[in-house]
Every structure is written in C-alpha cells, then in structure tokens.
Design a protein around this ligand. Structure first.
Ligand SMILES: [Fe+2]
Length: 224
C-alpha cells in the first residue's frame, strides 16, 4: 500500500484520535497475531458457532456493562488459555473507542458485537456504513477489504447503487489482516458524506469460512 492521504497507519491506539481529522476516513493499526488469543477464539468458535451465522450482540449504553457481560458469557471457558488476554484485548479496544467517540459529546450511542461467523458467505459488496465510527478487528479468518478513495468513481453515485461496478482497479483491493484493527469513518459522521471509506466483507471462496469478528459502532444518539 502506497501512502494515501486519507489513511493513517497507526503506531498505537493513541493514533485513533486522528480519525477526527477531516481528510482521514481509515486508521489501520497493524498488530501481531497472539497465539493464545487465536487458540482461544478457535475454541470459542468450535463450541458456540452454528452452521449459520451466529452473533453475540451487546448494546453498550450505559457503557459500563460490557466487561461484566463478557465475563458472564465466558464463564464456562474462563480457564482456557488465552481467555484473560482475549477479554483484556476486547475491553481495551472498547475503552479506546469510547474515548475517541466521546471526544465529541454528540457521539454517545455505542454498540458492540462479537460475531462467530459460520459457513455463510454473504456475497460481499462494496458499501459505506451508516454509522459515525466503526472499529473492526477480525481475530480469526479473513479481514475486511477496502479500497482507496481514488480507486472509486463516486461521480453522480446515487444512494443504493452498486459500488462494485465503480471500482476502477480490481487489483488494488486491500485487506485488513487478522488481529489488525481498522477504525472507519462512515456516512453519519458530520461532514463526511461522500468521503466515507468504501469496504466490504472478505470474499471467502470455499475455505477459511470460520471467522470471529469484533465490531464497535457509534451512531448519533437520536439515530435508530
Ligand atoms: Fe460495512
């Protein structure tokens, strides 16, 4: 990936604040895979995922309920290697996101979901998200794909139109790796209309169908 003026490759979560810069719509934090955490999520997936999509959804407002809910949910697997580290990582990312989204007081509706995705590969279509901010980390399986702003022809693009046909160069599709964190700016972020990051779920083909995807989303408090 050449350097792009709308993407920040972060050194740490401290750089997530840069998502508020007007021209930035994606922050990527590269991280090494943690073997213990990966094994933990493999085990969680084996135990709890259905053949179809299975998703644990947490509404996180007020926001102090996430850790207790996670502890409760993982009570039967607490002794597995990697559990503590996994919970720490999930809660640290939630804390970071909370601080970033709270910088502007308007952002106070926050949702978290940890999804165990099974053998369903929804046809991935490029799209923008109707959110203010969204953080995604795929712990297991392939990660989100995205394209640079200049690889999309947005001219007279209408709402709901197929964006796939607007990609200029299909060979320049980037992918977020497992354990990397992506922080994306969406349609509902004030002033970002028409400058959202364009992305899609990974194209899985017929392998690597198991995924564990963690997602944190903020929307305006009056948005349903
Ligand atoms: Fe999306």
């Amino acid at each position: 990936m050449n350097s792009l003026d709308h993407v920040v490759v972060a050194q740490s979560v401290d750089d997530f604040f840069r998502i508020h810069e007007p021209n930035i719509n994606l922050i990527i934090l590269p991280r090494d895979e943690n073997n213990a955490v990966k094994k933990f999520f493999e085990e969680i997936h084996k135990r709890f995922a259905n053949q179809n999509t299975s998703s644990y959804f947490y509404e996180c407002f007020p926001d102090d309920i996430f850790k207790p809910r996670l502890d409760h949910h993982f009570q039967d697997v607490r002794n597995l290697e990697g559990c503590e580290e996994a919970v720490n990582d999930l809660t640290c990312l939630a804390d970071s996101f909370r601080k970033i989204s709270r910088r502007n007081q308007r952002y106070h509706q926050m949702y978290i979901d940890l999804a165990l995705l099974g053998e369903v590969n929804d046809t991935p279509a490029f799209h923008t998200d109707k959110v203010e901010l969204r953080l995604i980390c795929t712990y297991l399986g392939r990660g989100t794909e995205w394209v640079s702003n200049d690889n999309v022809n947005r001219e007279s693009l209408t709402n709901g139109e197929d964006i796939n046909s607007r990609i200029r160069d299909q060979s320049k599709i980037y992918q977020i790796k497992p354990f990397w964190v992506a922080l994306m700016k969406g349609e509902l972020y004030v002033g970002n209309r028409g400058r959202e990051i364009i992305h899609r779920s990974p194209n899985l083909g017929d392998k690597d169908l198991s995924r564990v995807r963690y997602r944190i989303t903020s929307t305006p408090s009056n948005y349903k």
